[in-house]
Ligand binder design. Sequence first.
Ligand code: PEP
Length: 259
Amino acid sequence: MPRKPIVGGNWKCNPDKTEKLDSLISNYDSEKIDTSKCDVYVCPSPLHVSYCMGKFKEGVMVTPQNCNIKGCGAFTGEMAVEQMKDMGITNVLIGHSERRGEFGLMAYDTNETLATKLKYILDSGLNCIFCIGEKLSIREQGIEAVMKECAAQLEDVKGMLDPARVVIAYEPVWSIGTGVTASPEQAQETHKAIREWIAKECSAETAAAIRIQYGGSANAKNAPDLSACPDVDGFLVGGASLKPEFKDIVAAISAAKKA
Ligand code: PEP
């Protein structure tokens, strides 16, 4: 069964003013983006999630950038999945490298906390985008080292990789926000290796069905070539998700994967 492509926009801690949200949201209008051939989600900053709910056209899922590990209560500054469910949210993103401690921020998450979060998300009935990826120093050692790191990041969650509910976002850290995109060859080689690891550690069915997005300086220009990679099922897009070109990324993967 073919995998439906999926593209997400990660707005990170943007925009700086609420008044800019309507114009950003209009980039995702259904006249511009066809969600019948591609799942689309957007991760607004936590402060903007509420504003964005109900503002996107049919099919674009508002997806928080994080959640806590155990629900409502005395957890100052946190966001609970129960609150998300109550707001009609169906999807959460976790494990972004900027939360794993890259880019000078402290490490808010480890492989262990992320496994706890994923279990909590799935037990609560929500779906998840689970981000993984290696640093430049690991990439420089070659694909075996890269795969060892990806496997380490997936090890604690391998029993939870239900393809209907979990999407993996492979995002090489050296490529995020740098303008240095993985080449189609690098992306395909890594996505294929991740799928093979899942086949070995989970099952062939899981590996065949689970969607693996590529993330790292994806844009309208490089999306067509990356979309042609058989194991690339979509994109997680940072910078370009704040621009009108996001629609071209969705169009590129939709065209490449049409049955
Ligand atoms: C991201 O933040 O997940 C990302 C991939 O960012 P960018 O597209 O800007 O590299």
